[in-house]
Design a protein around this ligand. Structure first.
Ligand code: Q9C
Ligand code: ZN
Length: 346
């Protein structure tokens, strides 16, 4: 399967995320994409580099003050200031958020903005976050272009991932919502209806928020029940869309520890909803953290099960763009990705 990849992803290599009150090495690190690329090459897939679509298609999904914040963050963070005479050189993690007890106003101060534009302390903003996230979005956009040019399917080897990123919020290792940006690009290029299927272990809260009140983009997600799983505050079954988008959001939360038949039954339900929507294309948020060996997740899929996932998606008969999302069992992540893609190709 045609694969879009750039080495720019390496520029996002955070030192640490906050876990259980301590700083732990980032689960989301460059070795993930290295392992996927190695298997893509071993499988002999055609590989292309992303082309630069500029900021416009990112701004079609994300707020301009948020995009400006990410673009200028590192030079502001490292500039000499009252807080640091020499300027800060280490990664940034937010330390305070505008929760219900606060006003929802963008602060002028960079430490205030860091919380205002984020949702967790697991997603460091680093020297290379901007170029890495920018090129991850371009990778998805380039994959979308290939569908528009008539290709049946493409794989955007995106890193950092995207599905937790909302219109003006980063978190869950995500900065720009690559799948949402690609789906919007397909719409803006003339497709009438686009479906997004999110099979990452975690609910795609960002993608849901971006399209929640729209009838032209269907969002379907299979994920660990937010009653016990990240991101905790969104992803429940009663979230069905709002206004014109009523009925265009389908969450299929499954209990932590669910087995493979349970997951496959949810995939069947998802496919039924997607077929009924009659989309002109499908974007798949391809998280591989449903794997049995994933260090932060609890589902049980094996490498061979991923092949069946790809095969089932192919039966929808839709042009399909796969965007890489999560997956933290670094050893087998490449085999699992290629298993889905080969299953799709048949
Ligand atoms: N102890 C994606 O899969 N918290 N993001 C994990 C680990 C954040 C996952 C805590 C999980 C985010 C794209
Ligand atoms: Zn995930």
């Amino acid at each position: 399967m045609l694969t879009v990849y750039t080495e720019q992803h390496r520029l996002q290599h955070g030192n640490a995320e906050l876990v259980d009150g301590t700083l732990k090495p980032c689960f989301e690190n460059p070795s993930r994409a290295d392992m996927v690329l190695a298997e893509v090459d071993r499988a002999g897939f055609e590989r292309i580099a992303p082309t630069d679509h500029g900021k416009a298609p990112i701004l079609a999904v994300h707020r301009d003050n948020y995009v400006r914040f990410l673009e200028t963050f590192w030079s502001r963070w490292t500039a000499p200031s009252r807080r640091s005479k020499t300027g800060r050189t280490y990664d940034a993690l937010p330390l305070i958020w505008p929760t219900r007890c606060f006003r929802q106003i963008e602060p002028q101060d960079i430490d205030g903005q860091l919380g205002y534009f984020s949702m967790d302390a697991g997603t460091p903003v680093t020297a290379g976050t901007w170029p890495a996230a920018y090129w991850s979005a371009q990778t998805a956009l380039t994959g979308a272009d290939r569908l528009l040019a008539g290709e049946r399917a493409a794989f955007a080897l995106c890193r950092p991932p995207g599905h937790h990123a909302a219109a003006d919020v980063f978190g869950g290792y995500c900065f720009f919502n690559n799948a949402a940006i690609a789906a919007q690009h397909l719409r803006d290029s003339g497709l009438g209806r686009v479906a997004i299927l999110d099979v990452d272990y975690h609910h795609g809260n960002g993608t849901q928020q971006i399209f929640y009140d729209r009838a032209d983009v269907l969002f379907v997600s299979i994920h660990g029940d937010p009653r016990t799983e990240f991101p905790f505050y969104l992803g429940f079954a009663d979230e069905r869309g709002a206004g014109e988008g009523e009925g265009c959001n389908l969450n299929l939360p499954l209990p932590a520890g669910s087995d493979v038949p349970t997951w496959m039954a949810a995939l069947e339900q998802a496919c039924t909803a997607i077929a009924a929507f009659r989309p002109d294309a499908l974007v798949v948020s391809l998280g591989l953290d449903t794997y049995e060996g994933d260090p932060i997740s609890t589902f049980k899929l094996k490498t061979a099960d991923f092949h069946a996932v790809g095969a089932r998606l192919a039966r929808l008969g839709l042009q399909t763009l796969f965007c890489l999302e999560g997956g933290y069992a670094v050893g087998p992540i490449g085999e699992n990705a290629v298993s889905v893609l080969n299953g799709f190709d048949g």
